[in-house]
Ligand binder design. Structure first.
Ligand SMILES: [Zn+2]
Length: 241
């Protein structure tokens, strides 16, 4: 820490798969609204440098480390100030089972207990889905209305038209959904992919093949949306047209 003339100080880093997730675990302010995982290495003061920010949420039996979408959406300034760490932009959000969260807590000291963590909201789940979508399809994950629908060649579901209609609902801004449940897809369903008009025709796993799909965030974590009253009326109309 030569820049702040504090000499050398030992810090604990938390590393997952060779990626430094927290660069100074003992200096994290866990009580902050938006927790900073990557802290200024010159002074170790939270907030000295922008970015490196996360939100910690529960999704049923998982703890997830995700971008703090609500904070980022406040203004252009906050979208930069509260942006997630570069590792998250590159590798995606982090999820922990109850037991792996215990290991993380032990490594970090003051991280909140599994049961004290607030559940993710429906809006956060959908924003996370946008964040995890291929960047070529949605470059600015905070602006789902900018999705490149022309890139979708087809899906592996029963009916590409129906699949794209449902996908468009997932990218509606503001969202038409206000409730969800975290649940696995039915055993007799399969994962539907969208194929993109790009070199190599990349495959993007979007949701399950059920008529009321479970939306995929990862291999393990899925959620099903429960439409609000108005949305269900719109939904039944769009299915018949
Ligand atoms: Zn600093």
């Amino acid at each position: 820490m030569n820049a702040s003339e504090q000499g050398h100080r030992a810090v604990r880093q938390v590393v997952c798969d060779d990626v430094v997730v927290c660069n100074a675990a003992d200096h994290i302010d866990w009580s902050a609204q938006t927790v900073q995982f990557l802290i200024c290495e010159d002074c170790l003061y939270v907030g000295c440098t922008p970015g490196g920010r996360v939100a910690i949420r529960r999704m049923d039996q998982w703890v997830v480390i995700i971008p703090d979408f609500t904070a980022m959406l406040e203004s252009d300034w906050s979208s930069m100030e509260y942006r997630p760490p570069t590792w998250m932009a590159k590798h995606g959000a982090l999820s922990f089972s109850r037991s792996s969260w215990k290991l993380f807590q032990a490594a970090c000291g003051k991280a909140p207990s599994f049961d004290s963590i607030a559940p993710a909201t429906t809006s956060e789940l959908l924003r996370l889905y946008h964040f995890q979508a291929p960047r070529a399809f949605l470059g600015d994950y905070l602006s789902p209305s900018l999705a490149q629908w022309d890139l979708i060649l087809c899906t592996s579901g029963q009916d590409t038209g129906n699949d794209v209609r449902y996908l468009r609902k997932l990218f509606s801004d503001p969202t038409i959904f206000d409730r969800h449940e975290i649940c696995p897809p039915h055993l007799d369903s399969y994962a539907v992919s969208a194929f993109l008009d790009l070199p190599g025709i990349p495959e993007w796993l979007i949701f399950s093949s059920e008529s009321d799909p479970t939306v995929r965030l990862s291999e393990d974590i899925h959620f099903r949306l429960i439409p609000s009253g108005l949305a269900s009326i719109e939904g039944s109309q769009s299915q018949t047209t």
